[in-house]
Design a protein around this ligand. Structure first.
Ligand SMILES: Cc1cc2nc3c(=O)[nH]c(=O)nc-3n(C[C@H](O)[C@H](O)[C@H](O)COP(=O)(O)OP(=O)(O)OC[C@H]3O[C@@H](n4cnc5c(N)ncnc54)[C@H](O)[C@@H]3O)c2cc1C
Length: 432
């Protein structure tokens, strides 16, 4: 059976490890952190089905609990738009530590070997293919060789970053393609819950980005997020302002770490000979929402199925391309419109956002609609024309033009591996 090395116990890598180990593949997962440190110290939203499909049994307690509606607050706080309450039966919050524990247990039960405290330092390659991963283990560098390296080591994966340029995989995810976050939970000293429970603050304190406060009876969940790197001073300023608005915020009880999220369309090349990237490493997040749990796990499952279908054939780029193609058809292509819209949002100033929200140009229709591609971008540009805000219009018109080209660009992606056609598609894809 083929030997599979998973670099980083990310969600996609673990999903692939579960499926492949169940089929008898020799799977080793190399994770930098200690077992006890796995998973973010907070709750995030995911689809219950993505998890339960992967588990062999039902967890004693449903790990996914409902999430609530959101309000969007303008930079000056003059305008707030609140979504109507929509309870989802399928999506909800999951404790990230519980999620990781479930995935790790499942992978180990399936027969995968997990090694913790073993950071990958680089890809091991010959001229033509990735042959394994170099790690730092017990005070020395050692190499784990395999037929396939699944790169699930997150946004800054040293494996992806050290791939030779000739393999065609983008090494870096730039700061402009990144959302910089800090997240912490605070005691709720009175049990007060706001309506809506979650408030997203655009350009909070004038800083380009988005913060939120999510109130629960026993805690307040605070995110500070920037389109550029943030530091403790930004966090302290945001907290000071939130403490004035939410006087029941007590001492910090969970979280408190800075974490980056890739905020761009999926990388144009996910595979090379003996190599496949999944999850944040491949920018598999919603470019507006930053959500990547479901996408990573779905990618891991598709990748595992591709490996199983390949049978005895070598895991060359031609074979692995099928994983990339299927992922894009199912999920990757859908992210393009969000990425185009994100580009527009990032180009606005706090004053622009105030103007757009106060004048009811940016409404819930634009902010919370799940159907941006079919959405009223033309109507939006017309609204702007009426209100004569010419500086913003060209960017929106360009975005509208790019949105209209999405289907044609996606159709260019070849189903089977063809270097020239892939290069042409990737160029058009990145240019949108
Ligand atoms: C504040 C915040 C809120 C979010 N909210 C949501 C949400 O509501 N819904 C949602 O779907 N997503 C959300 N996300 C995004 C989500 O966390 C990621 O998209 C998701 O975790 C998938 O990423 P991943 O598993 O590929 O990478 P990661 O979660 O980064 O996992 C990578 C793993 O690789 C390990 N690793 C890193 N470097 C090395 C190395 N050198 N060697 C070995 N191992 C290494 C890490 O320790 C980690 O275990 C949020 C992220 C943040 C930061």
């Amino acid at each position: 059976m083929k030997k599979i090395i998973v670099a980083g116990a990310g969600h996609g890598g673990l999903a692939a490890a579960v499926v492949l180990a169940r089929q008898g593949y020799d799977v080793t997962v190399l994770e930098a952190k200690k077992r006890a440190g796995m998973g973010h110290d907070w709750h995030d939203v995911m689809n219950r089905g993505t998890l339960t499909e992967l588990l062999s049994g039902s967890p004693a307690e449903d790990p996914v609990f409902p999430h609530t509606n959101t309000g969007f607050v303008s930079p000056s706080k003059k305008t707030e738009l609140a979504e109507p309450y929509r309870r989802s039966e399928t999506a909800g919050y999951v404790d990230r530590k519980v999620l990781l524990r479930l995935l790790i247990n499942e992978a180990e039960q399936a027969g995968a070997q997990l090694r913790f405290g073993v950071p990958a330092v680089s890809a091991a390659c010959d001229c033509e293919k990735v042959t394994g991963v170099r790690v730092y283990e017990r005070g020395r560098i050692r190499e784990y060789a395999g037929d396939l390296v699944i790169d699930s080591a997150g946004i800054d994966s040293p494996v992806r970053r050290t791939l030779p340029g000739s393999f065609g995989v983008k090494n870096e995810i730039s700061p402009k393609e990144t959302f910089f976050t800090w997240r912490g939970y605070f005691e709720n000293t009175t049990g007060a819950v706001t309506e809506p429970e979650i408030r997203v603050f655009f350009y909070h304190n004038g800083r380009p980005g988005m913060d939120w406060v999510n109130t629960k009876a026993d805690y307040a969940d605070v995110l500070v997020g920037g389109f550029a790197p943030i530091d403790q001073t930004d966090v302290d300023r945001a907290l000071e302002d939130f403490r004035a608005d939410y006087p029941f915020m007590g001492k910090q009880i969970r979280g408190g770490s800075f974490v980056k999220i890739p905020l761009r369309r999926t990388l144009p090349m996910l595979v090379a000979n003996g190599y496949a990237a999944v999850g944040d490493c491949a920018a598999m997040t919603g470019p507006l929402s930053g959500s990547g749990i479901d996408l990573s796990m779905q990618a891991g499952k598709i990748l595992a199925e591709t490996v199983i279908t390949a049978g005895e054939a070598p895991l060359a780029v031609q074979t692995l391309w099928s994983y990339q193609y299927k992922y894009y058809q199912a999920f990757g292509n859908n992210q393009l419109s969000y990425d185009i819209l994100k580009g527009i949002l990032r180009s606005l100033t706090a004053q622009d956002v105030d103007f757009l929200m106060d004048a009811k140009i940016l409404t819930l229709k634009e902010i919370s609609s799940a159907e941006i591609r079919k959405y009223n971008a033309r109507e939006f540009v017309e609204k702007l024309n009426i209100l004569k805000k010419p500086r913003i219009v060209p960017g929106l018109a360009r975005a509208l033009s790019h949105l209209s080209q999405i289907d044609a660009v996606c159709a260019k992606m070849p189903e089977t591996y063809d270097e020239k056609k892939i290069a042409a598609w990737a160029k058009a894809y990145e240019a949108l």
